[in-house]
Design a protein around this ligand. Structure first.
Ligand SMILES: O=C([O-])CC(=O)C(=O)O
Ligand SMILES: [Mg+2]
Length: 647
């Protein structure tokens, strides 16, 4: 729903009307930059009828996007008319309040200020005439390609990563298509800017760099009104929501409402890496307070200044949110839980996995990407998963999530029971090795990993006792893979596999340089946040990036394009296998266990296709009939950031 403020979109040249609407609905060729506006200066919700505007729906068609009008019981109940009588026309009475919506063409100054339609200097002479832009731009006309060149130079001129981040955010707010073209074409260079590690710093400093709100904020103040809040979002056709409550942002801890940088960043990757169109993506931050003292005392803090709500209060707000999302967007909207603290992450996933299309990126996305890396690494070190022994530092979402997916895959491969294969997987938490004698006091998600062993307190002792072939860091604590630890791994294994997964770079368990140097160049290393190549004794080592960004965009695309309604573990395994299959001989020769991000859209299409194929096989996909070539279909579903031509 466009709010009352969007009345300002009423252009000086409003050529609204059905003629333009029909023309705009053509799939190919030039389009008009339509806007939906209300003719009254208020977003009238005071009446007994709360209705979505049909114009907003038409706007979606105009943007060449499939129309989906939520066909919810609530809607029918409200309008008391026939199915999809969104505007209450079937039983119209004079005492029903509605907002008189209309469609107009954005032009002139308004058009330049609209990030969805703005093309800056790339507006052609014809467009400048037709859309009242004469004089509002300098006379030169340049192509989008030239704009990309100009922008990458602009971003490169900044030395400080946070400044690069702000330049990118500024572009996203100004010219969305240029932002995505730039990001797609320079993905390796810009990923560390819009994503980890820089996004971590951006969240820490969100209060002071905050210019314009992005995403949707739902706080305790909105309790009881979440459906209304969702309807304030201008886009109706949402396919993916990334939601956080900010309690465990990367390995940086509780950043409260400032965690918004994460859903915003993840969703730009959904578009750039997975091709989900930006208008279908909705970043949400749930603000239930923060326990971060320095934020509570910071006058620039943007969130609720109170300690975190917990227990029933928290559960009720989340439940209202989950219900409202399904009510507003239907069964097939994907909800990605991101950066919740352990104690809520596992419970939320468990509670909603059977009623909603949900997955937790930190538990399941990370697991899928790490399993892919391990499967690929086996080509370098030999053996099957069952032949290896795994030791984790960190037994939270990522640690136990990865451990479980490894166990699941091993069990499938060997037909051995899950309980049996789990015995090859060991976890160390802040209290030491997880062993049976600790079982009583363990949190429920750690219990399956308690095995028979005497207590061991230090990681290095655990390495020496368990003798793992694979060491995985998911502790959220930097510099915990010490020289001693890496040397112990290198003394046990010819080629130790070392994954240092915590983000951002400051929290990485060790650096790439340390891993290679302390293992005398023998480690197979990957990290959650990127490290540059390392030269050791005349040889260049290229570390891989074991980050869930490889998986979630393609995974989400696969779910969306097949209309899948629930996430099943087999879909994660399918994504994992598809990613591992994308590592080429050439990559292996360089010691890489992940393909480079430069090919990520192709990789995402393969992941999406495998996920969709599995969903069809399991009967979870609702888009029928199943497309013959799922890879081609995935590619055809991907958003292209090229400019449109405006008639
Ligand atoms: O955001 C990232 O880079 C990976 C991730 O999900 C996390 O560390 O929480
Ligand atoms: Mg995360």
């Amino acid at each position: 729903m466009i709010s009352s403020s969007s009345c300002s979109f009423l252009s000086n040249s409003a050529v609204a009307g059905s003629r333009s609407i029909c023309g705009g609905a053509q799939r190919k060729g030039p389009s008009s930059p339509f806007r939906v506006v209300c003719l009254a200066p208020s977003n009238d919700r005071s009446g007994s009828v709360v209705l979505d505007s049909p114009a907003a729906v038409k706007k979606e068609q105009i943007r060449n996007e499939p129309t989906s009008v939520p066909d919810t019981a609530e809607e029918e109940q409200v309008s008391a008319g026939g199915p999809r009588d969104v505007y209450g026309e079937d039983r119209a009475t004079e005492d029903q309040f509605v907002t008189p919506w209309n469609v107009s063409v954005a032009s002139g100054y308004t058009l330049l200020r609209d990030p969805h339609f703005n093309k800056g200097l790339a507006f052609t002479e014809k467009e400048r005439d037709a859309h009242y832009l004469r004089g509002l731009l300098p006379p030169t006309v340049i192509s989008q390609e030239t704009q990309v060149k100009k922008m990458i130079q602009h971003v490169r001129q900044y030395q400080v990563p946070l400044q690069k981040y702000m330049a990118m955010m500024d572009l996203q707010e100004r010219n969305e298509r240029l932002f995505y073209k730039l990001l797609i074409e320079h993905v390796e260079e810009l990923l560390p800017v819009v994503y980890t590690p820089t996004v971590g710093e951006a969240c820490q400093k969100y209060g002071s760099i905050f210019m314009r709100p992005q995403g949707l904020y739902i706080s305790l103040k909105e309790k009881g009104r979440i459906l209304e809040v969702l309807r304030n979002w201008p886009e109706k056709n949402i396919q993916v929501i990334v939601v956080t409550d900010g309690e465990r942002i990367l390995g940086l801890g509780d950043l409260g409402c400032q965690g918004m940088g994460i859903p915003v960043g993840k969703l730009s990757l959904y578009t750039a890496l997975g091709g989900v169109r930006p208008s279908a993506c909705l970043p949400i931050t749930i603000d239930v307070g923060t326990n971060n003292e320095s934020l509570l005392n910071d006058e620039l803090y943007i969130g609720l200044k109170q300690r975190r709500a917990t227990g029933q209060e928290y559960a009720e707000l989340m439940h209202e949110f989950m219900t409202a999302v399904k009510q507003n967007y239907g069964e097939k909207v994907l909800i990605q839980f991101e950066d919740f603290a352990n104690h809520n992450a596992f419970d939320l996933l468990e509670k909603y996995r059977s009623t909603h299309l949900v997955f937790n990126d930190d538990i399941q996305g990370t697991a899928s990407v790490v399993l892919a890396g391990l499967v690929a690494a086996l080509k370098l070190v030999g053996g099957n998963l069952a032949d290896h022994r795994f030791l984790f530092l960190g037994a939270g979402e990522a640690g136990t999530g990865i451990a479980e997916l490894i166990a699941l895959e091993t069990s499938k491969q060997t037909n051995a029971p899950l309980e049996e294969v789990r015995k090859n997987i060991w976890l160390v938490d802040s209290k030491g090795l997880i062993v049976n004698s600790r079982k009583e006091s363990l949190q429920h998600f750690k219990k399956p990993w308690a095995h028979d062993h005497e207590p061991v307190h230090r990681l290095v002792d655990a390495v020496n006792k368990i003798k793992p072939t694979v060491l995985i860091g998911t502790s959220g604590q930097g510099r915990t893979f010490t020289k001693e630890v890496i040397e112990a791994m290198a003394s046990i294994n010819e080629k130790p596999i070392i994954l240092s997964l915590s983000n951002p770079t400051s929290q990485s368990e060790c650096t790439a340089e340390e891993a290679y140097k302390w293992s005398q160049g023998r480690a197979i290393f990957a990290s959650g946040s990127p490290f540059p190549p390392v030269e050791y004794e005349g040889k260049v080592f290229v570390p891989g990036q074991a980050n869930n960004a490889y998986i979630f965009p393609g995974f989400g695309l696969g779910l969306i394009m097949s209309g899948t309604i629930r996430v099943h573990d087999d879909l994660l395994l399918a994504a994992s296998e598809a990613l591992a299959a994308q590592v080429s001989e050439e990559n292996f020769e360089k010691g890489l266990i992940y393909p480079p991000f430069t090919n990520i859209r192709k990789i995402s299409a393969h992941i999406a296709a495998s996920v969709a194929a599995k969903a069809y096989e399991l009967g979870l996909a609702t888009r029928l009939p199943q497309p013959k070539d799922l890879v081609k279909f995935a590619e055809s579903c991907m958003y292209t950031p090229a400019y449109r031509s405006y008639r």
